[in-house]
Design a protein around this ligand. Structure first.
Ligand code: HEC
Length: 134
């Protein structure tokens, strides 16, 4: 691997560190209730309109017992995607672009369309979801 590339990777890792740092769980709860909770539950047995997000960190994409995942969401799972802080942060920034880039398919369509523009909101909501993992 050429050295500039390795350095760029290292810088990228350092710059993205704040996205991993603990967010504010209380702020994340308020954000979740307002922007996610209408569709998603956090309890593992509730998958009404959208898949539950119980223990989503460390879980394979599209692996909740949710019968209506789109084919492209299932393709992310087949592609080996396992949610971690970093890819969840990227997904929440722009789910459609994330899926298209990951699948290398410019026509990929998924039903998760909420974009969380603010990095702090993403960190907080991820911290809250993680805090509720049972
Ligand atoms: C309008 C309903 C709706 C809202 C609001 C919504 N989502 Fe989703 N979300 C979905 C649906 C539907 C899917 C499944 C997408 C598919 O199969 O294409 C999904 C998928 C996901 C996934 C992937 C789940 C898995 O099993 O791999 C995550 C993570 C996620 N949403 C997080 C969030 C977060 C965090 C918020 C709040 C910022 C949010 N969503 C807001 C409907 C919603």
């Amino acid at each position: 691997m050429p050295r500039p590339f390795i350095i760029a990777l290292l810088i990228g890792a350092i710059v993205s560190l704040p996205a991993h740092a603990g967010g504010d769980v209380d702020a994340g709860r308020a954000f979740f209730n307002q922007d996610c909770g209408g569709c998603h539950a956090l309890s593992s047995d509730t998958n009404h309109y959208a898949p539950n997000l119980n223990c989503i960190i460390g879980r394979a994409a599209a692996s909740a017992p949710f019968p209506r995942y789109t084919p492209d969401m299932k393709a992310l799972e087949a592609n080996g995607l396992v949610w971690d802080h970093q890819n969840l942060d990227a997904f929440l920034t722009d789910p459609k672009t994330f899926a298209r880039e990951r699948l290398q398919n410019p026509d990929a369509i998924i039903l998760m369309q909420v974009e969380v523009a603010e990095a702090a909101d993403r960190q907080n909501v991820i911290a809250y979801i993680e805090s509720r993992c049972r």
